[in-house]
Write a protein that binds this ligand. Structure first.
Ligand code: SF4
Length: 92
């Protein structure tokens, strides 16, 4: 492998994409908050009140827990919000 292709292979973006592909995002998110080893802070996961995709809100995310919490994001979670960790629910 030449130096250009190895540089391309190991960019931060590629590593994150690879982590997402293997389902490691929740692990990375959990490590983002040193004071809380279990959940990531909202700002780190781009938690937003305005979901870009109306179909991908917390209410439809498999990580959401009624009435207002998330398995991987700290704090109160509103059903109409969203973040970059949104995960599709398992097909029925
Ligand atoms: S989109 Fe999912 S992972 Fe993100 S805060 Fe809402 S419930 Fe949690």
């Amino acid at each position: 492998m030449n130096s250009v292709s190895s540089r391309t292979l190991f960019t931060r973006r590629n590593l994150l994409a690879a982590a997402v592909a293997v389902g490691a995002t929740p692990v990375l998110a959990a490590r983002a908050e040193p004071s809380n080893p279990v959940k990531a802070p909202k700002d780190r996961v781009h938690y937003t009140e305005m979901a870009v995709d109306a179909q991908k809100t917390c209410k439809t995310c498999k990580l959401f827990r009624d009435p207002a919490s998330c398995l991987f994001v700290a704090g109160e979670i509103a059903p109409h919000c969203s973040c970059m960790l949104w995960a599709a629910p398992k097909a029925a």
